[in-house]
Design a protein around this ligand. Structure first.
Ligand code: ZN
Length: 446
């Protein structure tokens, strides 16, 4: 069996990082530089520090001590380069790949690193630069996500051009490239070219679930940073200190979210997210006879669609509105008719992109529901074999007990396989309702 949160095997470090401003000095390895120059910074805590006052967004990098130490050393080396001093050899490089399962904080880590690189004090957490990074408005920070299902070649080429510009702050131009695994082949080629021939002041921070999700040519040119899934206790601590959630609720949400800080927060604070999870977890109890099982399947798909619709509608209308404004809708005068024809084309492009984004969000939501279901059966299996582990669905122990008592470990394994098979089929574009119904039939059979 392979539980959804299984750890990635350790992978080899990148080996083919090209030369650039951060290249190791040849001939003089680690020479006379006193070690004190890379000592832990004293003074105000940086973006990676434990929150003391009001906690910032970086407080979410919980349980990632090794990564935080590595990024601190890198940003100190980057500051040394700017000051014309000798950087710690090998500490900094211009292309990074942040990997880790969803929710482990890939993009949070990338943003915290960006803050440290862009801040004149190496990431103080409170200067204008740090605040702009937090708000996503820093002139030298490009935060990008795929516009539709994947990065297209045009979006990527435009980005590469923008990233090659000189930094306005005189420090670095930082690109946080989320979901780097969602590049089309042509987009990956455009990206590869940018990373192969680095602009001296540009730093690429790619994010992907695992290093294997990227083509080897890109992977080998990045320094890989692997985030771990934080413990439930660490996630609960963030919810308590940052969001003021009371301890028992924080811990239950942290367990249910399996180390995903953002999702744990939604489960604790958003009643409709909690209700949707409850819907999903009704499926195992309904999977005793055909009728209830099929209606549970239909409601599972509908819930995912509703959730996706709520998410995308919030994004769609402001985008259409700003496009209309850009084309000056409502104005009159010479050339307006022509401009309006131009707008129709641009609007069609935008709507196509919104449509494919909606498809992606719908797929992600359904996948999340299936993972919740798989984790439920994982808990059932743990009960059946008497394993002494923390249950993700400890808040539903009566349900877990009743399913565990009514089935065998073998049938739980078959059910888990059915769920994983359904996830696989959905990535192959099988109609969602069909795939989920087939899965439900397998759950009933046991
Ligand atoms: Zn700062």
């Amino acid at each position: 069996m392979s539980p959804p949160a299984s750890a990635e095997p350790p992978r080899e470090q990148a080996s083919a990082e090209p030369s650039g401003p951060f290249a190791e000095p040849t001939g003089s390895p680690a020479s006379a530089e006193p070690p004190g120059s890379f000592a832990e910074p004293t003074g105000p805590p940086g973006p990676f520090a434990e929150p003391t006052g009001p906690p910032g967004p970086f407080a979410e990098l919980t349980g990632q001590d090794a990564v935080v130490a590595q990024l601190r050393r890198a940003s100190a080396a980057a500051t040394a380069v700017l000051a014309g001093e000798r950087p710690e050899p090998g500490a900094m490089t211009h292309a990074w790949l942040f990997t880790g399962p969803p929710g482990s904080g890939r993009s949070v880590a990338a943003r915290a690193f960006a803050a440290a690189l862009l801040c004149p004090s190496g990431g103080c957490g409170h200067c204008p630069s740090c605040l702009q990074v937090q708000a996503g408005t820093h002139a030298d920070l490009l935060l990008v996500r795929p516009e539709g299902l994947s990065y297209g070649v045009k979006q990527t080429r435009d980005l590469v051009l923008r990233a090659a510009g000189a930094p306005a702050s005189g420090r670095w131009q930082v690109v946080v490239f989320e979901d780097a695994d969602r590049c089309t082949e042509q987009a990956a080629n455009a990206l590869l070219k940018a990373i192969e021939e680095p602009t001296p002041r540009t730093v690429w921070l790619l994010c992907a679930p695992s290093a294997e999700d990227l083509v080897p040519t890109i992977r080998s040119r990045c320094r890989v940073v692997t985030l771990v899934v934080p413990s439930s206790a660490a996630v609960a601590k963030v919810l308590m200190t940052r969001d003021g959630i009371e301890p028992a609720a924080a811990l239950a949400a942290a367990r249910a979210a399996q180390g995903h800080v953002g999702r744990a927060r939604r489960l604790a604070l958003d009643a409709s997210a909690a209700a949707r999870r409850a819907d999903v977890l009704r499926v195992p109890l309904a999977a005793v006879s055909l009728g209830p099982a099929l209606s549970a399947a239909a409601s599972l798909v509908r819930t995912a669609e509703d959730e996706a619709k709520a998410v995308t509608e919030e994004l769609d209308e402001p985008e259409r509105e700003s496009l209309r404004r850009a084309f000056g809708e409502g104005s009159t005068g010479k050339g307006v008719a022509k401009a309006m024809r131009g707008m129709a084309g641009a609007m069609k492009d935008l709507e196509d992109r919104q449509k494919s984004r909606a498809t992606r969000v719908k797929r992600d939501m359904l996948d999340q529901a299936l993972l919740d279901l798989a984790v439920f059966y994982r808990d059932v299996l743990m009960l059946q074999v008497g394993a002494d582990v923390e249950l993700a669905n400890g808040d539903r122990s009566a349900d877990l007990q009743s399913v565990a008592a009514a089935s065998t470990p073998e049938s739980t394994l078959r059910r888990l396989q059915a769920i994983m098979g359904c996830r696989e089929r959905l990535t192959l574009n099988v109609a969602p309702l069909l795939a989920v119904e087939d899965m439900t039939l397998s759950l009933v059979k046991g």
